[in-house]
Design a protein around this ligand. Structure first.
Ligand code: COA
Length: 332
């Protein structure tokens, strides 16, 4: 699928999160849970939480700065900024605020929403603009502040999520390093995981009622989402690997959306990918939605675990339901 068009390389990564954390022991003072339950069922020990004044676009810009610096370009070199988020500061979109924070005056900017698949859907979206020759330098950010939308009295969801941002720079490149991807949606299962709009009546003139906008906190059928992930993620990864003409044995790193350690283990086992190739930072971050993949990727790059030319298969999955996978070689 890669022969037609300009080659693409992922040349920089960055990440950011609040320094404020909430550990499992603190959570057990809020809801009826325990460190033992959360750790054994999810692998999560703590999560980073943005304070009430914190801004998603500022956190996204911090991650973006690091990614741009690693790529060796300046903000003014960016042609496009894509912000994958479900929790923008502004429902009209927050990518333009990121553009302003960065001073990326030449770049056009927009948001995409695909929940925890946002980063992988963003990779596929960003790649189209480079592949066709339209743009050379694209910044892709995954950022979420789910703590704004968590029901902190619901122990079945509040233990899972955290806040953060991660970013990568994609560039037109002589050799093509983005080898393949596959994306899927199934709206019939939308109710499994929602941050749903719930209208309230608002009579604006006699006899004419419109809705007053409000959103309900996150609701989730944990077991169904778990089953969905363990079944569909290996399938979509195999599809992307097939399109990339890469075998599972050739994969250096499996970089899954950080939802639950048990999901990571089960997917790796189904694909026969050994544990030492599976990146995980769930213990420190929990599920940061669209940010989880670029955060864990950035950590591994900065620790020099991931080296130039390593083959990475990544998969995002979550609300929608949506899921997808991408295969790429790190670096230029
Ligand atoms: N602390 C203690 N007990 C809890 C709890 C918590 N935080 N959350 C739920 N429980 C209880 C349940 O009430 C239930 O009690 P009951 O048997 O008396 O009814 C019991 O633990 C078992 O619940 P169950 O739902 O069977 O647990 P589980 O083993 O399926 O684990 C999840 C729950 C949420 C960890 C798991 O289903 C999961 O990870 N699903 C995927 C969620 C996800 O990743 N979502 C985001 C995708 S992007």
């Amino acid at each position: 699928m890669n022969q037609l068009g300009t080659g693409i390389a992922i040349t920089g990564s960055g990440s950011a999160a609040s320094e404020v954390t909430l550990d499992n022991h603190q959570l057990s003072q809020i809801v009826d849970t325990s460190d033992e339950w959360i750790t054994s069922r999810t692998g999560i020990q703590k999560r980073h939480l943005m304070d009430a004044q914190g801004s998603l676009s500022e956190m996204a810009a911090t991650a973006a700065h690091s990614a741009i610096a690693m790529a060796g370009i300046a903000p003014e070199d960016l042609d496009l900024i894509i912000l994958a988020t479900s929790t923008p500061d502004d429902l009209f979109g927050s990518a333009n605020q990121v553009q302003a924070h960065l001073g990326a005056s030449k770049a056009v900017a927009f948001d995409i929403t695909a929940a925890c698949s946002g980063f992988v859907f963003g990779l596929a979206t960003a790649s189209q603009f480079i592949r066709t020759g339209l743009y050379q330098n694209v910044l892709l950010i995954g950022a979420d502040i789910l703590s704004r939308w968590v029901d902190w009295s619901d122990r079945s969801t509040c233990v899972l999520f955290g806040d953060g941002a991660g970013a990568v720079v994609l560039q037109a490149n002589q050799s093509d390093r983005l080898l393949g991807f596959a994306l899927c949606s199934d709206g019939t299962q939308n109710s499994c995981l929602q941050l749903a709009y719930e209208p309230q009546d608002q009579e604006i003139v006699k006899g004419l009622t419109v809705a007053k906008g409000t959103y309900q906190p996150i609701t989730m059928s944990g077991k169904e989402v778990y089953r969905f992930a363990v079944q569909k993620v290996p399938e979509v990864i195999e599809k992307a690997l097939f399109r990339a003409d890469i075998t599972t044995e050739q994969v250096d790193w499996l970089v899954l959306h950080q939802a639950n350690q048990r999901i990571l283990d089960a997917v790796a086992q189904r694909l026969n990918i050994p544990k030492h190739k599976v990146l995980s930072n769930l213990a420190q971050y929990g599920n940061t939605s669209a940010a989880s993949i670029p955060i864990v990727l950035d950590e591994a790059v900065r620790l020099e675990k991931i080296k130039s030319g390593d083959i990475i298969v990544t998969s995002g999955f979550g609300a929608g339901l949506t899921w997808g996978a991408a295969v790429f070689k790190w670096g230029r």
